[in-house]
Design a protein. Structure first.
Length: 266
């Protein structure tokens, strides 16, 4: 079965690269038939082609496998090759609003610990969560986190017995989720009154989003409408303090637009 799965997936990639969108879509549907857990993210690729409905989020098995495979070279790829520096923007974002220091900080989707590196002096206690076990192992080696968990973010927020936090940071998390209602409910539940939420999003032009709250973009990542993010913040008891347009990263030389957001829990 694994060989058939690999053949179908690679066929889809080759057809997509050759511009045969319908052929690629057929191959990705075969992948989904062979692997309902969707470890290869075929559902996301179908949505990116505009030939499948956008899933509520990227499949957990796909995200975990993706980051497990790239953990050891993650920072080199993300920072050096893609120009990703969102975690490095967070200290200035907090300083602009006089936020901090903090008693308890949650780094949701902590990866290898890029945010932990730059924020470890901002909090008395630092907790990290990531769906990838290999990423957590890399973060552990940095010795900046007091606790680390291997878990999917939304599920962690709903089930953890950890006390609430006065800062939750989520950089490069939202591009792997489409529907964010459950995530924001969890963020609200685990943020103390007066606490802060700092995160990044990716977005697309209004005419591309065409009234949608979210969609899978051409790079197989979720883009969210600004009004959707603002609405969810308000509905979950947050005041949006700043929502600044940023270049999140570069992909094949193309700037990927997004927002850097700071909100405070009422």
């Amino acid at each position: 079965m694994e060989s058939a799965l690999a053949e179908a997936y690679n066929r889809g990639l080759d057809l997509e690269k050759a511009g045969d969108r319908e052929g690629a879509a057929a191959a990705y549907r075969e992948v989904l038939r062979l692997d309902p857990e969707d470890r290869g993210g075929a559902s996301v690729r179908l949505a990116s082609l505009g030939l499948g409905e956008a899933p509520a989020k990227a499949p957990d098995a796909y995200v975990a496998a993706l980051f497990d495979q790239h953990a050891e070279v993650f920072e080199t790829i993300l920072v050096d090759q893609l120009g990703y520096c969102v975690p490095m923007m967070i200290p200035d974002l907090l300083a602009r609003h006089g936020a901090g220091p903090f008693a308890r900080l949650l780094d949701l989707g902590c990866g290898t610990g890029l945010s932990g590196d730059v924020l470890c002096e901002e909090a008395d206690e630092l907790v990290g969560v990531d769906i990838s076990e290999n990423m957590i192992e890399m973060a552990h080696e940095k010795e900046v986190y007091d606790s680390l968990y291997v878990a999917e973010g939304e599920r962690f927020l709903a089930e953890t017995e950890e006390a609430s936090f006065d800062l939750i940071v989520a950089t490069d998390v939202l591009p792997y989720a489409g529907a964010l209602e459950g995530l924001f409910t969890g963020l609200s539940a685990k943020t103390v009154s007066g606490g802060f939420l700092a995160f990044s999003t990716e977005t697309l032009a209004d005419e591309t989003l065409a009234g949608r709250d979210y969609m899978v973009g051409p790079r197989q990542r979720f883009a969210h409408a600004e009004r959707y993010i603002r609405r969810l913040l308000d509905e979950n008891g947050f005041d949006c303090l700043e929502m600044s347009p940023i270049v999140v990263r570069y992909d094949e030389g193309e700037a990927i637009d997004g927002h850097l957001v700071l909100a405070r829990k009422r």
